[in-house]
Design a protein around this ligand. Sequence first.
Ligand SMILES: Nc1ncnc2c1ncn2[C@@H]1O[C@H](COP(=O)(O)OP(=O)(O)OP(=O)(O)O)[C@@H](O)[C@H]1O
Ligand SMILES: [Mg+2]
Length: 394
Amino acid sequence: MPEGEDLKDLQERLAELKRQELGGVNVPPMDADIKQEVTKMERATEASHKPVVAKEREIGKLAESPSGPVGLDVGTTHIVIAKNETNHIQTIKQLNAFFTIPKSKFAKKILSNNDILYYELDDLFYIIGYSADNFANMFNTNTRRSIKKGLISTDEKEGISVIQAAVLSLLNRPKRFGETICFAIPGDPLHGNGSVMYHESIIKRFLGHMGYTPISVNEGMTVVLSELSNEDHTGIGISLGGGMCNVCLSYLSFPVITYSLQIGGDYIDSMVGQSVGEPATKIKRIKENELDLSGEPKDRVMTAFHIFYDDLINKLIESLQRVLSSSDQMPMIATPIPIVLSGGTAMPKSFTERFVKTLKNYKLPVEISSVRLADDPLNTTAKGALIMAMTEAE
Ligand SMILES: Nc1ncnc2c1ncn2[C@@H]1O[C@H](COP(=O)(O)OP(=O)(O)OP(=O)(O)O)[C@@H](O)[C@H]1O
Ligand SMILES: [Mg+2]
C-alpha cells in the first residue's frame, strides 16, 4: 500500500461509519471536512499575524453583538475581548474592579447623568470597571476585586455578578446562537490555592446562558497561539499578569506542561508598598508610568521595585527549572525553543533583559533559542483566545 493510503482508507471507513450512524443521511466526504479544517487553520494563522488595535471601553458605549468567534480574557486586573476584523484584531478592555455606594435617589441621578456603569443589588449601587477606579480615587480608597490571584475571589460575595456585569459591558449576545467564544483559564497553581475548575465552570455557565458555545484555553497557551505561529507553536509562553504568572510549554501546538504561580503585579505593588510605607495603589501608578529596570535604581522606591522584580523573576525561573526537570511529560526536543513573555507585569523597560540575565543562572532541561516580549503584552491573551476560537468554530 503506498504511503498515506492506509490513513486515507481509515478516513474513508470513518466517514462510512458516520454515514451509517446517521442512518444514511448524506455526510460530506472526509476530504471536504479536512479542507474546511485546513481553511480554518489558515485563517487563524493569518489572524495571528494581524496587528492589534486596542481600545478601552468608552463611557456610555453599548456592548456589541459579535458576528464571528470571540476571544475573552477574564484577568485579575483586566477583562479583554478580541474580534477578528479584515485587517486587524480589535480588542476592547475593561478594568476588572468595582466599588459600592449606598443607594439613594440623589446618587442614582449623578450616576445616570454621567453615564456611569452600575447595577443595583440589595441596598447598594455596584459601580463597575474604569468608573469604579474614578470613584475610589475620589473617596481616596481602593477599588474591590472580583478576581484575586487569578481566580474568582472567595472574599467577595457578589464577585460573580460583578464579573458578569463587566463582561456584559463589553459583550452582548452573539448575532448567531451558539457562536464560539474561547476564554482563558489559569493553569493549576503550583502551591495550590483556589479551584481552577470552579472558576472555569462559573465562566462557562454564564457564557453558555448568553448564547455562546464556550471553550476554555490555558492562559500560557494563548501566548503561544498568539506569538509562535512561525515556530509551529513550539516554545514556552509565559503571561505575567496582575495576580499570576501562567506558564505553558507547547510542543507542535499541544500544551504539554502548564502551571501557574500566584504572584504578579499585585504582589509587587503590595511588597514594595509595605517596604517603603506607601499605599499599593500609589505604588502601582509609579510602576506603570516610571519604572525602568535597567541600570542602578535612583531612589528607595525604585530600589524596592528592583528587589521585588528580581524576586519574582527568580521565583518564576526556579519554578520553570523544577517543573520541567521533574515532569514525565517533557518531550524530547532536539532544537532550542523560544520563550515569549506577555502580560502587564512584563512591560517595564528592560524587563526582558533582566529575565535573560537571570535565566543564565539556571539550567533548564531544554535549550532556549531566544527570549522576547509579545507584540502587545496587555492584549496577547485575548488575541490567542480568539485564534483558538477561530480554529474551534463550527
Ligand atoms: N506599563 C506597565 N508597567 C508595569 N506594570 C504594568 C504596566 N501596565 C500594566 N502593568 C501591570 O500589569 C498588571 C496587569 O496585567 P494584565 O492585564 O496582563 O493582568 P491580568 O490578565 O488582568 O491578570 P492575571 O493574568 O494575573 O489574572 C497589573 O499589575 C498592572 O499594574
Ligand atoms: Mg492575564
